[in-house]
Ligand binder design. Structure first.
Ligand code: PGA
Length: 240
């Protein structure tokens, strides 16, 4: 398939308040990131700082979630229009930590994606099987269910998927390039948009993962928290 410009997104999870975000982003501005699209996804309270510190660069800022309603009585939630007002470019939706620990379902993922797209936000929608599901031979069934839930709201342009096998997230157990490629090809057969790989991506495994034909970039957790390792992953993707 035609080579797509790789996209490397850093999912900071619940790390870095505004102060640390400012210094990280200023260092990132000066780093050599190669020829890739770069997105950082700080916690909500650090988004404004990131947008400001990265103004005038090509590095985009995205949130880690977004609510489906325009506004309303939803304590603790953030609307897409509020993110737009901050100058945020997009949002991650359906991360497995949201699915596992905060009751996110295929249905709420679809609602969030639809609202984000309607507001003009780009979306990184996450899918992936658990270890038990993989061992039970259910990987394709799970991916099919998760991707099919997204299909009705997949608006093309601004939508990116991330394949993140749950067993590889934060565990140091990266999917082999073959496992990643197989899952990405399967996902692409259901929905042909850029597909990032996520799950223990590090500077030393990024190149081989990014070298797979259906891997279009990475969603990086732990290794995105350090400018040097994040830049090294961007460089690896740039050369793959
Ligand atoms: P990890 O996280 O790189 O720390 O495994 C990836 C993710 O959860 O997006």
């Amino acid at each position: 398939m035609a080579a797509r410009r790789p996209l490397i997104a850093g999912n900071w999870k619940m790390f870095k308040g505004p102060g640390e975000t400012g210094s990280f982003c200023r260092a990132l501005r000066d780093a050599d990131l190669g020829d890739v699209d770069v997105v950082v996804c700080p916690p909500y309270v650090s988004l404004a700082e990131a947008v400001q510190a990265l103004a005038g660069t090509d590095i985009a800022v995205a949130a880690q979630n977004v609510h489906w309603a325009a506004d309303g009585a939803f304590t603790g939630e953030i609307a897409a229009s509020m993110l737009r007002e901050l100058g945020v470019y997009g949002a991650i939706v359906g991360h497995s930590e949201r699915r596992q620990f905060f009751g996110e379902t295929d249905e709420t993922v679809a609602k969030r994606i639809a609202a984000a797209e309607a507001a003009g936000l780009h979306v990184i929608a996450c899918v992936g099987e658990t270890e038990a599901e993989r061992e039970a031979g259910e990987t394709e069934a799970v991916l099919r269910r998760q991707v099919e839930a997204i299909l009705p709201v997949a608006d093309g342009e601004g939508l990116v998927l991330a394949y993140e096998p749950v067993w590889a997230i934060g565990t140091g157990k990266t999917a082999t390039p073959e496992i990643a490629q197989e899952a990405h090809a399967f996902i692409r057969s259901l929905l042909d948009v850029p597909i990032l790989y996520g799950g223990s991506v590090k500077p030393d495994n990024a190149a081989v993962l990014m070298g797979q034909p259906d891997v279009d970039g990475a969603l990086v957790g732990g290794a995105s928290l350090d400018v040097e390792s994040f830049a090294a992953i961007c460089q690896a993707a740039s050369h793959s």
